[in-house]
Design a protein around this ligand. Structure first.
Ligand code: DAT
Ligand code: MG
Length: 168
């Protein structure tokens, strides 16, 4: 089987609980590698697009606030992992969606909680399947931000404003 890529987000609760190191260590034990990494301040637009499949759910508004960092800190760490069977390997390490039902030794089982408002604060996101992984990676990253890509790319001429460090 050829290598897969998958999107992992260390969510705002994972950031404030200082779990970044633990999570990266557990994921590196699976033998897959990081090919993209950045801190993102999640906009409403990005949050709603990421979770578009849940827009009819009663917990949607709270979920959007949670991933935007309104309950913790306004940033997430976005990672792209690459390797054989990467999607399922990561899902297994992070555990089930509901932190009360996830395997106790999984990341969500160890560190997740359900708030009194019913939000699953489950510390980390990972793509559910290959199709979602492709959609999510393309939503969160541009091709040049990845050390290697498994999806075809193309170049286009664009006019744009770039920022530089100001010279003294
Ligand atoms: P996963 O994150 O395991 O892929 P999902 O895509 O179904 O799960 O849902 C995305 C997030 O929404 C999930 O991480 C936490 C929240 N969520 C899902 N189901 C929920 C529920 N029944 N009550 C509260 N939050 C929920
Ligand atoms: Mg999901």
């Amino acid at each position: 089987m050829s290598a897969q890529q998958t999107l992992v987000l260390i969510k705002p609760d994972g950031i404030v609980k200082s779990l970044t190191g633990n999570i990266i260590t557990e994921l590196s034990d699976t033998g897959i590698i990081i090919v993209g990494a950045k801190i993102v301040q999640v906009t409403r637009e990005l949050a709603e697009e990421h979770y578009h499949h849940l827009r009819e759910e009663k917990f949607f508004d709270e979920l959007i606030k949670y991933i935007m960092g309104e309950f913790h800190v306004k940033r997430v760490l976005a990672l792209v992992y690459h390797g054989e069977n990467a999607v399922d390997k990561v899902r297994k390490v992070i555990g089930a969606t509901n932190p009360e039902q996830s395997e106790p030794t999984s990341i969500r089982g160890k560190y997740g909680r359900i708030t009194s408002k019913g939000v699953f604060e489950n510390v980390v996101h990972a793509s559910e399947n290959k199709k979602e992984a492709e959609r999510e990676i393309k939503l969160w990253f541009r091709p040049e931000e990845l050390a290697n890509t498994i999806y075809p790319t193309e170049s286009k001429e664009v006019a744009k404003t770039e920022f530089f460090w100001k010279e003294k």
